[in-house]
Ligand binder design. Sequence first.
Ligand code: RB5
Length: 149
Amino acid sequence: MTTNNRIVLSSDHAAIGLRQTLAAHIMTLGWEVVDIGPTTPESTHYPKHGEAAAQRVVSGECRLGIVLCGTGQGIMMAANKVKGIRCGVCSDTFSARMIRQHNDANMLSIGARVVGEGVALDIVDAFLSAEFEGGRHGTRVDMITALEE
Ligand code: RB5
């Protein structure tokens, strides 16, 4: 089990500002933030940023990951193609808490064109403060993992 306190953040061009705001906030919570960019506003391709963040998680370098794009959907789809990733898009705090508690999500995706900064910060807080409950939920997560084979 990975026990480090590192979290990777990445986005496409649509979410650079929100990503940097979230990174600063997450640091105040005691996490070591690995922000892998991008930092310049040119149009870029969300799959490569989702994949790059996902690799930091499955390698064990980072315990969790947060990715963002305009809707949160495309970068989530890309991250979930990496074996071992369970990434959910959240626009509300209930879902953000539940994807940790029930789905053992190791990545969170947020749509920067969907939610405002205040909601995004609350979503991140909900995600980071929740813990996986295990038990019957572990059985179901194992079934998700089995689909990768
Ligand atoms: C970029 O315009 C946009 O398509 C992207 O940020 C994201 O919303 C894709 O899912």
